[in-house]
Design a protein around this ligand. Structure first.
Ligand SMILES: *[C@@H]1O[C@H](CO)[C@@H](O)[C@H](O)[C@H]1NC(C)=O
Length: 311
């Protein structure tokens, strides 16, 4: 029957940004700079947390774990993109593609629940300050972080398994810069409505579920800030900067995974994907912590510790 039309695909081609043929070097430099800044920004938060005692609170434990996630997240897509731009060898083997999809989805969905955990942490700190150290015990922090990873792993395993069990025919050009679900579904030579439905329900559920948890925490925070008439500016500015991260990350993520049908041009999808894979991790360290004096102090302190170590 149809079976003999299927060739076994052993590799894909990641087309990436090859429509901008004259800009390959410029794009390479731009993404390289973004990558370096993202890794250094997030690394400095991890170092500030681990090398000093100034930031020894649950909030910074979450931030530091979040920065670790962000470094892994950009590393799962950007180095391959950089090598594609520079070398021009755009192939990726079947299994590397599956691995890349697994990592990206794992890290992205873990991030969703880590953002929810961070919002909950702020809720407890602002609305129940006296009980904060009791509620946010070490055990609870570990459970929240571990739970985020488990949800991320289960979500990612579901979609990666379903996608890579599809039959792929002769067309193996992925019109995207990493192996993501929607562009791979387009290549499958079978009806993918089951996959699309699972993505819509499961990935949609994971994204919307964590978003609802986050919004509930912030709703309590905002109403408590509005109730206390002494305007707690510091709490409010922390929340508004967290909102920016959440809007960018969830807005672009929802555009990509939660919509009835994939009729948008891949060109738009690539630009939107840039927002949640590359721009959000770049902004996070600046939004969450570098505007915060405590963090700046701890970073300076940890850098001086590293400098002293050398002598
Ligand atoms: C992440 O959290 C765990 C505790 O749940 C902690 O032991 C670990 O040091 C944290 N990792 C980073 C990079 O902050």
């Amino acid at each position: 029957m149809n079976g003999r039309n299927y060739t076994i695909i052993t590799e894909f081609i990641l087309v990436g940004f090859s429509e901008f043929i004259d800009l390959q070097l410029l794009l390479f430099i731009m993404f390289l700079l973004i990558y370096i800044i993202t890794v250094l920004g997030n690394l400095s938060i991890i170092l500030a947390y681990t090398l000093t005692t100034i930031l020894n609170t649950p909030m910074y434990l979450f931030l530091s774990n979040f920065s670790f996630l962000e470094i892994c997240y950009v590393t799962s897509t950007v180095p391959k993109l950089l090598s594609n731009l520079l070398v021009g060898d755009k192939t990726i083997s079947f299994y590397s593609c599956a691995l890349q999809m697994y990592c990206v989805l794992l890290l992205a969905s873990t991030e969703c629940y880590m953002l929810a955990a961070m919002a909950y942490d702020r809720y407890v700190a602002i609305c129940h300050p006296l009980l904060y150290s009791i509620i946010m015990s070490n055990k609870v922090c570990i459970q929240l972080i571990g739970g985020s990873w488990i949800i991320g792993a289960a979500n990612s395993l579901t979609h990666t398994t379903l996608t890579f069990n599809l039959p792929f025919c002769n067309d193996h050009k992925i019109n995207h810069f990493f192996c993501d679900i929607p562009p791979l579904l387009k290549l499958a030579c079978t009806d993918t409505w089951i996959n699309q439905t699972v993505v819509f329900i499961v990935a949609g559920g994971v994204i919307v579920g964590s978003l609802i948890l986050t919004i509930i925490s912030y709703a309590f925070i905002i109403s408590s800030i509005l109730n206390i008439h002494s305007r707690s500016n510091k709490a409010f500015s922390t929340c508004s900067s967290h909102f920016m991260v959440i809007t960018i990350f969830y807005g672009s993520g929802m555009f990509m995974y939660i919509r009835p049908n994939t009729k948008y041009a891949m060109y738009h999808e690539k630009l939107v994907s840039l927002m949640y894979t590359i721009i959000a991790p770049l902004l996070n360290p600046f939004i969450y912590s570098l505007r915060n004096n405590e963090v700046k102090l701890a970073i300076r302190h940890s850098l001086s510790l590293i400098a002293v170590d050398k002598y």
